[in-house]
Design a protein around this ligand. Structure first.
Ligand code: UN1
Length: 496
């Protein structure tokens, strides 16, 4: 443990506790190998205790006026604003993203919590006409009950907050199970809500493995909703286990996000966008640009300029403000990404730049990989499978039509982008690209929280989070029919 590291227990029923005899694990700074925190490796019994607490807390939270729940969220956003720099540094230290992006992660949290605080005074239903006289029809959003939020390490504060803030404002009680690698950031998120005045048991926190804690939570019959962001294989497992209990399962899984650059594009703008989209967060965003589809006429020029820019990227300590790319998040990430680079070489992709682990000096303490670009034939594994690292595949196409065909020919559908000045083609692309998010003349990353976030195909199961769509994920819609005629009116019969 270093001077800045901290140990955290579980947070159940409003108390931080380390169960007697608990096993623990540590999280590490991927740039230096230093310990960032120590946490409880939770058990199935801990998961059950957290659900017990959430069940007990639910009725009072459900009957708390929604604007009041919103006020507590607003207080949480203000606390996080005050602690922004400190938490942003932790994000960089525990996950490895550069400090400007660490701040972005926390800012995204603040923005979303504020947005959901506003929902405290909306949470709108519908009023619709009745087919009968003296009758009134409306819908209300009611909380599901206990919901479980399982989150990844790549946005260690933003994604937990997307889920927790939405679940709380809707009146659910929550059990939060973060990715182990970023448990410290997750614990800080919980502390923010604790300080904001979320009542005991309304938000519970259990660290530990997905196989033990995650499965116990998903399979607990008292849990009604699950929201999971992570890899496609785990997502399938979560969905299957949740389905057995007929629970609603919201999934946000992988991406293989394309940027199309057409001959008429503003190339300077596209270069900036591709560089940020592909190598920001070391390519470890679900929305990261992992495929670049270039129209024939600009292929050689664009690739040459991109390679020059990529070779000049400064890779190093993410807390150094001049650094543009930090380490990848863990030893496992390093191994998987380097394996994919080998796959690319073995299947005959042309390595345009990068391709190796960075070594020597401070690099030897962490998990640093060169920003890497392959020229590929569409269909190669590296052009279709999610790598989740700083590896970009470039494909040459003859025209817009082929670009869209290649863009759509993957199993994922999260984000896509097109750079062109042709307004007709831009609108066609909005129609034709099979993704949940499309950018025109902007990178594939950087979604704003007031819009729905999610994708098609294997990116999920159709759900969306963020924006007002999040409300659907965390509530049951009740349809209400109020008859003030004082007589029996028969729908479909009296009206025939
Ligand atoms: C993710 O990588 O799972 O749009 C989330 C973006 C961010 C969120 C990414 N606002 O890139």
């Amino acid at each position: 443990m270093t001077e800045h590291s901290r140990a955290y227990g579980l947070f159940i029923g409003g108390k931080w506790e380390t169960p007697a005899g608990a096993k623990t694990f540590k999280t590490l700074n991927p740039a230096t190998g230093e310990v960032v925190g120590e946490f409880v490796a939770g058990t199935a019994a801990d998961a059950k205790a957290a659900v017990d607490a959430a069940v007990r807390a639910f009725p009072a939270w459900k009957s708390t006026p929604t604007p009041k729940r919103g006020e507590i969220l607003l207080a949480a956003s203000q606390i996080l604003r005050r602690r922004k720099e400190e938490v942003a540094r932790l994000v960089s230290q525990e996950m490895g993203k550069v400090i400007s992006e660490g701040r972005g992660d926390v800012q995204e949290s603040i923005d979303f919590i504020e947005y959901m605080a506003g929902e405290g005074r909306r949470l709108q239903g519908e009023t619709v006409p009745s087919e009968l006289k003296l009758k009134f029809c409306l819908t209300v959003h009611q909380p599901k009950g206990v919901v479980v939020c399982i989150t990844p390490w790549n946005f260690p504060t933003a994604i937990p907050n997307w889920k927790i803030a939405a679940a709380l404002v809707c009146g659910n009680s929550v059990v939060f199970k973060p990715a182990s690698a970023t448990s410290r950031c997750a614990a800080e998120v919980v502390r923010v809500y604790e300080e904001a005045g979320v009542p005991p048991g309304v938000l519970n926190f259990v660290t530990g493995s997905g196989g033990t804690v995650g499965n116990a939570l998903i399979e607990d019959p008292r849990v009604r909703g699950i929201s999971f962001t992570g890899g496609v294989d785990t997502g399938r497992e979560v969905y299957t286990r949740g389905a057995k209990g007929l629970k609603t399962v919201h999934l946000e899984l992988g991406g293989k996000n394309p940027v199309i650059v057409l001959n008429d594009a503003n190339l300077d703008l596209a270069l900036d966008g591709v560089l940020f989209g592909a190598f920001g967060t070391q390519g470890q965003r679900c929305t990261a640009t992992s495929r670049l589809i270039l129209e024939d006429g600009i292929y050689d020029t664009f690739l040459r300029r991109l390679v020059e820019r990529v070779r000049a990227l400064k890779v190093g300590d993410p807390l150094d403000p001049s650094v543009e790319m930090g380490p990848v998040a863990s030893a496992d990430q390093e191994k998987k990404i380097l394996e994919y680079i080998q796959v690319g070489k073995a299947e005959g992709a042309h390595l345009a730049t990068g391709g190796s682990r960075l070594t020597g000096g401070d690099y030897d303490r962490g998990h640093f990989i060169e920003p890497t670009i392959f020229e590929v034939r569409h269909g190669m594994r590296i052009s279709k499978e999610e790598i989740f690292g700083p590896v970009l595949s470039v494909v040459r196409v003859k025209d817009y039509k082929e670009a869209v065909r290649v863009a759509n020919d993957v199993e994922y559908g999260l984000s896509s982008a097109i750079y062109t000045k042709d307004v007709n083609l831009a609108f066609q692309a909005i129609e034709e690209l099979e993704t949940g998010i499309t950018y025109i003349n902007a990178p594939t990353i950087g979604a704003e929280v007031q819009l729905p976030f999610g994708g098609t195909k294997n990116t999920g199961n159709g759900g969306r989070e963020a924006g007002s769509a999040a409300i659907e994920e965390y509530t049951e819609t009740k349809s209400v029919f109020i008859d003030y005629s004082n007589r029996l009116q028969k729908a479909q019969i009296d009206t025939a």
